[in-house]
Write a protein that binds this ligand. Sequence first.
Ligand code: ADP
Length: 461
Amino acid sequence: MLVQTGSRASLRVRMLLRLAAVLAVLLGLDGVVSYLTALHFANLVYDRWLIDSTRSLAQAVRPEHGRIQFDVPRVALEIFQFDEVDETYFKVSSRGQGFIAGERALPDGAPIATGGLRLTYTSLNGERVRLVSTSLSPGSAGDPVTVSVAETLKKRSTLAEEILLGMAAPQTALLGIAALLAWLGVSRGLKPLTDLAAQIEARGQSNLAPVPLGGMPRETRVLAARINHLLGHLDRTLRAQKRFVADAAHQLRTPLAAVLLHAEAAERAPDMPGAREALRALHRSVERAARLSQQLLALARTDPEASLAMQMGPVDLVALARRTGEEWIPRALARDIDFGLVVPEEPVIVHGDERLLGELLSNLIDNALRYGNASGHVTVRVEAATRPALSVQDDGPGIPLQERAKIFERFYRLPGASGEGCGLGLAIVEEIANLHRCEVELTTGSDNRGSRFTVHFGSLT
Ligand code: ADP
């Protein structure tokens, strides 16, 4: 059995890729959140140092002779500003005196309430800095003094990068473990499907037995049930085809053997009249074989699979009865049969395949003319009641009650049936009726004589 394994692999890969994408997004989000949280706490630590420094410098501000003085030993300031990584600045200024000490370029920002504290980001010499400012009112001068301390952000971003790098390795390992678990999970999840595929792959081509459903999860059970349904259908179709071919071969054997026999007789005939007689018999056998093969083809056309090719549409039963009836007039004349047509004046429209319905009617008329009495009566009737009906009636010998069900079977003929039939006509009638969801009713004809075949259609359309 040829099975494409590529698609199975791609299903697994596709599922894994989707899972990996979701995992990557989740881990990415997790990384960003962890990084921001760590940065927040790092900022808290560095900010606390800046606040402490600001408050320490503020203590060195005092009034002297009505002026604000900032008095910190130079060495202390150098220690305060010493930092290997970042630049640290300070500025002392007052509203009245303006710049008092520190870095003049450090922005003052908006005024702060006395005793208040403000933390902001600003720029100094083109570089971003963290700025902490406080305001105080020393002595009785009433001139508010602002003390600010600023620091560049190198330490903070270095710490952020370290956090990021520190997290990258465990996050990658986590992604790897998650991918491995996803691989195992997907493989496990797909197992019922791969098992089913292996089961089907392992069986022989001719094995159409259903796949056992026991122990299967719901999803694959639906798939397996569908496969079983198709296998069952295939099995029935193959059996029907085998039976049909066997029947056809068996049935064709008789007329073909007769053809051979009569041909040999014609060859061996000592004189012309003898040869003519053999040729006439040969002609009859050929006719029989031709009719049989034509009926076999007709039956094949009514196969349920062939119903897909049906050309359904509105069909006027009155026109159909007229047209088909006309084709059989010569045969009726040959047997001196009174062949009549009783139809309403208005068209009677049904939904169907015109060619198949014509075939159905032809078979019924053929039987009536064949098995009805010579010089008898055959009537084709179309009725437009609530359910339209098409019937063919004869006044021949009729069909015994106990045979009525059997005559619709393939190749069945009444014991001692005359003529060259092969027992397929009524089987064809029934198949075509089934395709049209019609019922075929067989009753005794009027005056309790002969037979009447009536095809009842759904309803007037
Ligand atoms: P065939 O006509 O080829 O034998 P059919 O399936 O059409 O096959 O008919 C099956 C049998 O039913 C016929 O052989 C015949 O014995 C019987 N039968 C069919 N129609 C009639 C009829 N109108 N009157 C009497 N017997 C009939």
